[in-house]
Design a protein around this ligand. Structure first.
Ligand code: SF4
Ligand code: SF4
Ligand code: SF4
Length: 376
Protein backbone atom coordinates (compact mmCIF):
# COMPACT_ATOMS: atom_id res chain seq x y z
CA UNK A 1 0.00 0.00 0.00
CA UNK A 2 1.37 3.47 -0.82
CA UNK A 3 1.71 6.11 1.93
CA UNK A 4 -1.10 8.06 0.29
CA UNK A 5 -3.40 5.02 0.52
CA UNK A 6 -2.43 4.44 4.16
CA UNK A 7 -3.41 8.00 5.15
CA UNK A 8 -6.59 7.73 3.07
CA UNK A 9 -7.61 4.55 4.91
CA UNK A 10 -6.83 6.17 8.26
CA UNK A 11 -9.09 9.12 7.43
CA UNK A 12 -11.90 6.85 6.25
CA UNK A 13 -11.61 4.92 9.50
CA UNK A 14 -11.83 8.07 11.63
CA UNK A 15 -14.68 9.64 9.65
CA UNK A 16 -18.27 9.25 10.79
CA UNK A 17 -21.57 10.90 9.80
CA UNK A 18 -21.20 13.55 12.53
CA UNK A 19 -17.55 14.47 12.12
CA UNK A 20 -15.14 13.89 9.26
CA UNK A 21 -11.89 15.12 7.80
CA UNK A 22 -12.96 17.91 5.45
CA UNK A 23 -11.18 18.88 2.24
CA UNK A 24 -8.48 21.51 2.67
CA UNK A 25 -4.95 22.22 1.46
CA UNK A 26 -3.92 22.01 5.13
CA UNK A 27 -5.23 18.47 5.74
CA UNK A 28 -2.36 16.34 4.40
CA UNK A 29 0.40 18.56 5.86
CA UNK A 30 -1.34 18.25 9.25
CA UNK A 31 -1.59 14.46 9.03
CA UNK A 32 1.83 13.72 7.62
CA UNK A 33 3.75 16.06 9.92
CA UNK A 34 2.27 14.36 12.98
CA UNK A 35 1.75 10.69 12.06
CA UNK A 36 4.24 8.53 10.20
CA UNK A 37 2.71 6.07 7.69
CA UNK A 38 3.49 3.23 10.15
CA UNK A 39 1.64 5.06 12.95
CA UNK A 40 -1.35 5.88 10.73
CA UNK A 41 -1.52 2.23 9.64
CA UNK A 42 -1.39 1.02 13.25
CA UNK A 43 -4.13 3.42 14.38
CA UNK A 44 -6.42 2.40 11.51
CA UNK A 45 -8.73 -0.25 12.95
CA UNK A 46 -7.64 0.45 16.54
CA UNK A 47 -10.83 0.36 18.67
CA UNK A 48 -12.64 3.67 19.10
CA UNK A 49 -14.40 2.26 22.18
CA UNK A 50 -12.43 0.94 25.19
CA UNK A 51 -10.93 -2.58 24.88
CA UNK A 52 -8.47 -4.67 26.87
CA UNK A 53 -4.95 -5.42 25.63
CA UNK A 54 -5.96 -9.00 24.87
CA UNK A 55 -8.98 -7.92 22.82
CA UNK A 56 -6.83 -5.50 20.83
CA UNK A 57 -4.16 -8.17 20.35
CA UNK A 58 -6.82 -10.32 18.64
CA UNK A 59 -7.91 -7.42 16.43
CA UNK A 60 -4.34 -6.49 15.50
CA UNK A 61 -3.14 -10.07 15.20
CA UNK A 62 -0.18 -9.40 17.47
CA UNK A 63 1.01 -11.00 20.72
CA UNK A 64 0.10 -8.84 23.78
CA UNK A 65 3.75 -8.35 24.80
CA UNK A 66 4.59 -7.24 21.27
CA UNK A 67 1.58 -4.92 21.14
CA UNK A 68 1.92 -3.22 24.55
CA UNK A 69 5.05 -1.10 23.82
CA UNK A 70 3.45 0.18 20.60
CA UNK A 71 0.27 1.15 22.45
CA UNK A 72 2.24 2.79 25.26
CA UNK A 73 4.21 4.90 22.76
CA UNK A 74 0.90 6.11 21.33
CA UNK A 75 -0.41 6.85 24.85
CA UNK A 76 2.62 9.10 25.40
CA UNK A 77 2.14 10.70 22.01
CA UNK A 78 -1.48 11.50 22.89
CA UNK A 79 -3.15 9.42 20.17
CA UNK A 80 -4.42 6.53 22.34
CA UNK A 81 -6.21 6.91 25.67
CA UNK A 82 -5.47 4.54 28.55
CA UNK A 83 -8.21 4.18 31.17
CA UNK A 84 -7.44 2.40 34.44
CA UNK A 85 -10.15 1.28 36.84
CA UNK A 86 -8.84 -0.89 39.65
CA UNK A 87 -6.97 -3.74 37.98
CA UNK A 88 -8.69 -3.23 34.64
CA UNK A 89 -6.79 -1.33 31.91
CA UNK A 90 -8.49 -0.45 28.65
CA UNK A 91 -7.41 1.48 25.59
CA UNK A 92 -9.17 3.45 22.88
CA UNK A 93 -8.33 5.95 20.17
CA UNK A 94 -8.73 9.58 21.02
CA UNK A 95 -11.30 11.19 18.71
CA UNK A 96 -9.87 12.94 15.65
CA UNK A 97 -10.13 16.44 17.11
CA UNK A 98 -8.67 15.40 20.45
CA UNK A 99 -5.86 13.53 18.70
CA UNK A 100 -4.70 16.55 16.70
CA UNK A 101 -5.43 19.41 19.10
CA UNK A 102 -5.52 18.26 22.70
CA UNK A 103 -3.38 15.61 24.42
CA UNK A 104 -0.41 16.12 22.12
CA UNK A 105 -0.03 19.74 23.30
CA UNK A 106 -0.39 18.98 27.03
CA UNK A 107 3.28 18.29 27.92
CA UNK A 108 5.49 21.22 28.88
CA UNK A 109 8.04 19.93 26.31
CA UNK A 110 6.00 19.65 23.09
CA UNK A 111 7.29 16.85 20.81
CA UNK A 112 8.96 17.77 17.52
CA UNK A 113 6.13 16.27 15.38
CA UNK A 114 3.57 18.29 17.30
CA UNK A 115 5.61 21.45 16.77
CA UNK A 116 5.75 20.71 13.04
CA UNK A 117 2.02 20.04 12.97
CA UNK A 118 0.88 23.10 14.98
CA UNK A 119 0.69 25.68 12.12
CA UNK A 120 -1.22 23.24 9.92
CA UNK A 121 -3.78 22.36 12.64
CA UNK A 122 -4.70 25.95 13.38
CA UNK A 123 -5.22 26.70 9.67
CA UNK A 124 -7.11 23.45 9.06
CA UNK A 125 -9.30 24.08 12.08
CA UNK A 126 -10.44 27.42 10.71
CA UNK A 127 -10.70 26.19 7.11
CA UNK A 128 -13.91 24.19 7.49
CA UNK A 129 -12.99 21.43 9.94
CA UNK A 130 -14.44 23.19 12.97
CA UNK A 131 -17.43 24.36 10.95
CA UNK A 132 -18.97 20.93 11.56
CA UNK A 133 -19.51 21.94 15.19
CA UNK A 134 -21.66 24.94 14.32
CA UNK A 135 -24.81 22.86 14.78
CA UNK A 136 -23.78 21.62 18.27
CA UNK A 137 -26.41 22.52 20.85
CA UNK A 138 -24.00 21.90 23.73
CA UNK A 139 -20.41 23.21 23.61
CA UNK A 140 -18.11 20.78 25.42
CA UNK A 141 -17.38 23.39 28.11
CA UNK A 142 -19.78 25.13 30.43
CA UNK A 143 -18.84 28.30 32.30
CA UNK A 144 -18.35 27.83 36.02
CA UNK A 145 -18.19 31.14 37.90
CA UNK A 146 -15.10 32.33 39.74
CA UNK A 147 -15.73 31.70 43.42
CA UNK A 148 -16.72 34.80 45.39
CA UNK A 149 -18.02 36.64 42.33
CA UNK A 150 -21.53 35.36 43.00
CA UNK A 151 -23.75 37.42 45.32
CA UNK A 152 -23.33 36.10 48.87
CA UNK A 153 -26.20 34.05 50.18
CA UNK A 154 -27.00 32.69 46.72
CA UNK A 155 -27.42 28.93 46.66
CA UNK A 156 -25.31 27.03 44.14
CA UNK A 157 -26.34 24.19 41.90
CA UNK A 158 -23.99 21.35 42.94
CA UNK A 159 -22.34 21.39 39.50
CA UNK A 160 -21.66 25.15 39.67
CA UNK A 161 -19.88 25.55 42.99
CA UNK A 162 -16.26 25.36 41.85
CA UNK A 163 -14.88 24.95 45.37
CA UNK A 164 -17.20 22.01 46.03
CA UNK A 165 -16.48 20.48 42.64
CA UNK A 166 -12.73 20.60 43.34
CA UNK A 167 -13.27 19.20 46.84
CA UNK A 168 -15.01 16.14 45.39
CA UNK A 169 -12.05 14.96 43.27
CA UNK A 170 -9.59 12.34 44.49
CA UNK A 171 -6.66 12.94 42.16
CA UNK A 172 -5.45 16.29 40.78
CA UNK A 173 -3.20 17.11 37.82
CA UNK A 174 -2.19 20.06 35.69
CA UNK A 175 -1.04 20.28 32.06
CA UNK A 176 -0.24 23.10 29.67
CA UNK A 177 -3.22 24.68 27.91
CA UNK A 178 -3.16 22.93 24.51
CA UNK A 179 -4.97 25.77 22.71
CA UNK A 180 -2.32 28.28 23.74
CA UNK A 181 0.56 25.81 23.29
CA UNK A 182 -0.56 25.11 19.71
CA UNK A 183 -0.70 28.81 18.85
CA UNK A 184 2.65 29.46 20.57
CA UNK A 185 4.24 26.88 18.24
CA UNK A 186 2.78 28.63 15.20
CA UNK A 187 4.90 31.51 13.81
CA UNK A 188 1.71 33.16 12.51
CA UNK A 189 0.66 33.97 16.08
CA UNK A 190 2.35 35.91 18.85
CA UNK A 191 2.97 34.03 22.10
CA UNK A 192 0.03 34.08 24.46
CA UNK A 193 0.52 36.44 27.42
CA UNK A 194 -1.64 34.21 29.64
CA UNK A 195 -0.43 31.55 32.10
CA UNK A 196 0.15 28.22 30.37
CA UNK A 197 0.07 25.55 33.04
CA UNK A 198 -3.61 25.88 33.94
CA UNK A 199 -5.39 22.91 32.31
CA UNK A 200 -6.73 20.85 35.21
CA UNK A 201 -7.65 17.18 34.92
CA UNK A 202 -8.87 14.83 37.57
CA UNK A 203 -9.31 11.21 38.60
CA UNK A 204 -9.02 8.64 35.76
CA UNK A 205 -8.03 11.19 33.10
CA UNK A 206 -5.51 12.65 35.54
CA UNK A 207 -3.88 9.24 36.00
CA UNK A 208 -3.59 8.79 32.23
CA UNK A 209 -1.90 12.19 32.02
CA UNK A 210 0.63 11.60 34.77
CA UNK A 211 1.38 7.96 33.79
CA UNK A 212 2.18 9.12 30.26
CA UNK A 213 4.14 12.31 31.04
CA UNK A 214 1.46 14.61 29.67
CA UNK A 215 1.24 16.68 32.85
CA UNK A 216 2.03 16.46 36.55
CA UNK A 217 0.26 15.55 39.76
CA UNK A 218 -0.65 18.45 42.06
CA UNK A 219 -2.48 18.80 45.35
CA UNK A 220 -5.98 20.11 45.93
CA UNK A 221 -4.46 23.28 47.38
CA UNK A 222 -2.32 23.79 44.26
CA UNK A 223 -5.45 23.30 42.15
CA UNK A 224 -7.15 26.13 44.04
CA UNK A 225 -4.07 28.33 43.60
CA UNK A 226 -4.12 27.71 39.84
CA UNK A 227 -7.79 28.67 39.73
CA UNK A 228 -6.98 31.87 41.63
CA UNK A 229 -4.02 32.67 39.34
CA UNK A 230 -6.26 32.07 36.30
CA UNK A 231 -9.02 34.30 37.63
CA UNK A 232 -6.49 37.06 38.38
CA UNK A 233 -5.19 36.79 34.80
CA UNK A 234 -8.69 37.17 33.35
CA UNK A 235 -9.17 33.55 32.25
CA UNK A 236 -12.62 31.95 32.19
CA UNK A 237 -13.17 28.72 34.14
CA UNK A 238 -14.83 26.15 31.89
CA UNK A 239 -15.86 22.72 33.11
CA UNK A 240 -17.01 19.69 31.08
CA UNK A 241 -20.57 20.33 30.01
CA UNK A 242 -22.08 17.33 31.77
CA UNK A 243 -23.22 16.80 35.31
CA UNK A 244 -21.83 13.41 36.34
CA UNK A 245 -18.07 12.99 36.77
CA UNK A 246 -16.64 15.97 34.86
CA UNK A 247 -12.87 15.40 34.65
CA UNK A 248 -11.56 18.69 33.23
CA UNK A 249 -11.54 22.33 34.28
CA UNK A 250 -10.12 24.62 31.60
CA UNK A 251 -9.01 28.21 32.10
CA UNK A 252 -9.71 29.82 28.76
CA UNK A 253 -8.46 32.95 27.09
CA UNK A 254 -10.32 35.08 24.65
CA UNK A 255 -7.96 34.77 21.72
CA UNK A 256 -6.74 31.18 21.32
CA UNK A 257 -9.40 29.11 23.07
CA UNK A 258 -11.12 26.43 20.99
CA UNK A 259 -14.48 27.82 22.10
CA UNK A 260 -13.96 31.59 22.10
CA UNK A 261 -12.20 31.57 18.74
CA UNK A 262 -15.15 30.18 16.73
CA UNK A 263 -17.49 32.54 18.60
CA UNK A 264 -15.45 35.64 17.81
CA UNK A 265 -13.87 34.66 14.50
CA UNK A 266 -16.35 32.27 12.85
CA UNK A 267 -19.55 33.81 14.15
CA UNK A 268 -20.73 30.78 16.16
CA UNK A 269 -23.75 31.49 18.35
CA UNK A 270 -22.07 30.14 21.49
CA UNK A 271 -18.65 29.88 23.06
CA UNK A 272 -18.97 28.15 26.44
CA UNK A 273 -22.47 27.34 27.64
CA UNK A 274 -23.44 30.07 30.14
CA UNK A 275 -23.62 29.44 33.87
CA UNK A 276 -26.83 30.08 35.78
CA UNK A 277 -25.55 33.52 36.78
CA UNK A 278 -25.71 36.88 35.11
CA UNK A 279 -23.90 40.11 35.79
CA UNK A 280 -25.85 42.75 37.62
CA UNK A 281 -24.63 46.33 38.03
CA UNK A 282 -24.87 48.92 40.80
CA UNK A 283 -24.54 52.16 38.77
CA UNK A 284 -24.21 54.39 41.82
CA UNK A 285 -20.95 52.61 42.77
CA UNK A 286 -19.38 52.48 39.31
CA UNK A 287 -16.21 54.60 38.86
CA UNK A 288 -16.26 54.18 35.05
CA UNK A 289 -12.67 52.86 35.10
CA UNK A 290 -13.45 50.50 32.19
CA UNK A 291 -11.49 47.55 33.59
CA UNK A 292 -14.46 45.19 33.48
CA UNK A 293 -15.18 46.19 29.87
CA UNK A 294 -11.62 45.28 28.88
CA UNK A 295 -11.70 41.99 30.81
CA UNK A 296 -15.03 40.66 29.51
CA UNK A 297 -14.34 37.89 26.95
CA UNK A 298 -17.82 38.19 25.45
CA UNK A 299 -18.00 41.94 24.74
CA UNK A 300 -20.99 42.02 27.06
CA UNK A 301 -20.11 45.26 28.86
CA UNK A 302 -20.03 48.87 27.74
CA UNK A 303 -19.57 52.23 29.43
CA UNK A 304 -22.47 54.56 28.68
CA UNK A 305 -23.59 58.00 29.79
CA UNK A 306 -26.18 57.73 32.54
CA UNK A 307 -28.09 60.01 34.87
CA UNK A 308 -27.43 57.42 37.59
CA UNK A 309 -23.67 57.96 37.34
CA UNK A 310 -21.99 59.43 40.41
CA UNK A 311 -18.49 59.66 38.88
CA UNK A 312 -16.86 62.56 37.05
CA UNK A 313 -17.18 60.82 33.66
CA UNK A 314 -20.99 60.63 34.02
CA UNK A 315 -20.83 57.07 32.75
CA UNK A 316 -21.76 53.66 34.13
CA UNK A 317 -21.20 50.15 32.93
CA UNK A 318 -24.16 48.45 31.24
CA UNK A 319 -24.61 44.77 30.41
CA UNK A 320 -25.74 43.22 27.18
CA UNK A 321 -27.38 40.30 28.92
CA UNK A 322 -27.64 37.95 25.95
CA UNK A 323 -23.83 37.97 25.62
CA UNK A 324 -23.00 37.35 29.29
CA UNK A 325 -21.88 33.78 30.08
CA UNK A 326 -21.79 34.36 33.84
CA UNK A 327 -18.04 33.82 34.33
CA UNK A 328 -17.35 36.54 36.91
CA UNK A 329 -14.11 37.68 35.20
CA UNK A 330 -15.38 41.27 35.31
CA UNK A 331 -16.60 41.09 38.92
CA UNK A 332 -13.33 39.61 40.20
CA UNK A 333 -11.32 42.79 39.64
CA UNK A 334 -13.88 45.55 40.22
CA UNK A 335 -12.45 47.41 43.21
CA UNK A 336 -15.60 49.54 43.52
CA UNK A 337 -17.73 46.39 43.92
CA UNK A 338 -20.14 47.85 41.39
CA UNK A 339 -20.89 44.53 39.65
CA UNK A 340 -21.88 41.12 40.96
CA UNK A 341 -23.15 37.81 39.58
CA UNK A 342 -26.80 37.08 40.39
CA UNK A 343 -28.81 33.97 39.68
CA UNK A 344 -30.68 34.01 36.36
CA UNK A 345 -34.45 33.74 36.40
CA UNK A 346 -34.41 30.43 34.58
CA UNK A 347 -32.13 27.62 35.69
CA UNK A 348 -30.48 25.43 33.07
CA UNK A 349 -28.86 22.05 33.61
CA UNK A 350 -26.04 20.48 31.65
CA UNK A 351 -26.66 17.05 30.10
CA UNK A 352 -26.47 14.33 32.75
CA UNK A 353 -23.57 12.34 31.30
CA UNK A 354 -20.88 12.76 28.65
CA UNK A 355 -22.79 10.22 26.55
CA UNK A 356 -25.94 12.37 26.75
CA UNK A 357 -24.00 15.45 25.60
CA UNK A 358 -22.39 13.58 22.70
CA UNK A 359 -25.76 12.15 21.62
CA UNK A 360 -27.51 15.53 21.76
CA UNK A 361 -24.80 17.11 19.64
CA UNK A 362 -24.76 14.19 17.21
CA UNK A 363 -28.52 14.46 16.72
CA UNK A 364 -28.22 18.21 16.13
CA UNK A 365 -25.53 17.70 13.48
CA UNK A 366 -27.39 14.87 11.75
CA UNK A 367 -30.57 16.96 11.70
CA UNK A 368 -28.69 19.95 10.27
CA UNK A 369 -27.22 17.68 7.57
CA UNK A 370 -30.71 16.39 6.75
CA UNK A 371 -29.76 12.87 7.84
CA UNK A 372 -32.25 12.80 10.69
CA UNK A 373 -35.77 14.10 11.13
CA UNK A 374 -36.22 17.11 13.43
CA UNK A 375 -38.63 15.90 16.14
CA UNK A 376 -39.25 19.42 17.55
S1 SF4 B 1 -10.39 25.06 26.07
FE1 SF4 B 1 -9.52 26.77 27.24
S2 SF4 B 1 -8.11 26.02 28.82
FE2 SF4 B 1 -8.87 24.33 27.54
S3 SF4 B 1 -7.25 24.08 26.36
FE3 SF4 B 1 -8.51 25.53 25.27
S4 SF4 B 1 -8.06 27.60 26.00
FE4 SF4 B 1 -6.96 26.11 27.20
S1 SF4 C 1 -18.11 48.24 37.18
FE1 SF4 C 1 -16.21 48.35 38.33
S2 SF4 C 1 -14.62 47.72 36.92
FE2 SF4 C 1 -16.43 48.20 35.70
S3 SF4 C 1 -16.17 50.32 35.08
FE3 SF4 C 1 -17.40 50.33 36.95
S4 SF4 C 1 -15.88 50.51 38.58
FE4 SF4 C 1 -14.73 49.95 36.77
S1 SF4 D 1 -20.16 40.46 31.71
FE1 SF4 D 1 -18.52 39.39 30.62
S2 SF4 D 1 -16.91 39.05 32.12
FE2 SF4 D 1 -18.76 39.60 33.23
S3 SF4 D 1 -19.70 37.66 33.79
FE3 SF4 D 1 -20.62 38.30 31.86
S4 SF4 D 1 -19.36 37.35 30.28
FE4 SF4 D 1 -18.20 37.23 32.18
Amino acid sequence: MSDQEIYQKFMEYMNNPVWEFTESEHLMPMLTSFLSPEEAEFLTGFPQGSRTLEQIADIKNLAPDELLPIIKAHCRKGTIYEGKRGDSVRYRLWSAVEMFTRAVFWPSEVQEEAKAMAPHVSKYYMDGWYEQKRAFTHPELRTIPISETVESGTGFMPFEDILQVVENYEYYTVSECPCRARHNEDPAFKDSPFPMEVCLHFNELGHYIVDNNLGREITKEETLEILKKSADAGLVHGINNWEENPDTICNCDLEYCTYFKPYHQLGFEKSHDPSNYLVSTMPELCKACGLCVRRCPMDALQLKFSTEATNKFRKVVVVQEENCIGCGVCVHKCKAKAIILKQRETTTWPPKTVKDMVNLNAMAVLTAKGLMENKN
